[in-house]
Design a protein around this ligand. Sequence first.
Ligand SMILES: Nc1ncnc2c1ncn2[C@@H]1O[C@H](COP(=O)(O)OP(=O)(O)OP(=O)(O)O)[C@@H](O)[C@H]1O
Ligand SMILES: O=C(O)c1ccc[n+]([C@@H]2O[C@H](COP(=O)([O-])O)[C@@H](O)[C@H]2O)c1
Length: 193
Amino acid sequence: MKTGIFSGSFNPIHIGHLALANYLCEFAGLDEVWFVVSPLNPLKNEADLLDNDLRLEMVSLAIGNYPKFKASDFEFTLPRPSYTVQTLRLLKDQYPDREFHLIIGADNWQQFHLWKEYETIINTTPILVYPRPGYEVQENKLPHTIKVVKAPLLDISSTFIRQSLQTGKDISFFLPREVYQYIKEKQLYVNRY
Ligand SMILES: Nc1ncnc2c1ncn2[C@@H]1O[C@H](COP(=O)(O)OP(=O)(O)OP(=O)(O)O)[C@@H](O)[C@H]1O
Ligand SMILES: O=C(O)c1ccc[n+]([C@@H]2O[C@H](COP(=O)([O-])O)[C@@H](O)[C@H]2O)c1
């Protein structure tokens, strides 16, 4: 079983994340993708981060009943900040029947040398890098465990979503309908950022 680990802040999840994960399952050989919601990215500021449970709930709403996706709270009980090397270690211990592949965007790949024990991750886990406009990946210099995914590019970010919501834009087509409704009902991302 090839399982993609897509860990992230997902603050909130948007169609860019979902389309990429969908592509990886249907066209790039993954059997499933787990969206692992991170309590705290070690390199990000906590100030603009919504509660873990709210972000997880939005991921659950977003994936609906597509059988290859799973919303995961695996990192909720781990120490903070959320170090991926530790997450992968524990995942491999607890799910020895799975072959884990780490999914990251090119923005994260550019900063990968700042990640805790990044060399261990490179040596022990295949990585799928998703190109993002503005973040160049030099494919000819990559270690053999790292593959660049030729998925269609959707140049949107959670930052764009948060800022648009805060300024009152109707961006309902950038998020799954259920997530957009949830954000509106709970009035998330209104008075912050
Ligand atoms: N449009 C996108 N399509 C596919 N993957 C994305 C996209 N945006 C971000 N990612 C990747 O998804 C993972 C989780 O991203 P994250 O939750 O930080 O989203 P983000 O949109 O980059 O958020 P923010 O703008 O708050 O930094 C990261 O590896 C990131 O590179
Ligand atoms: O392990 C690290 O040192 C590390 C450094 C930066 C980011 N990460 C992880 O990378 C994932 C993507 O983060 P984000 O905020 O871009 O969605 C998230 O799961 C973070 O915990 C991990």
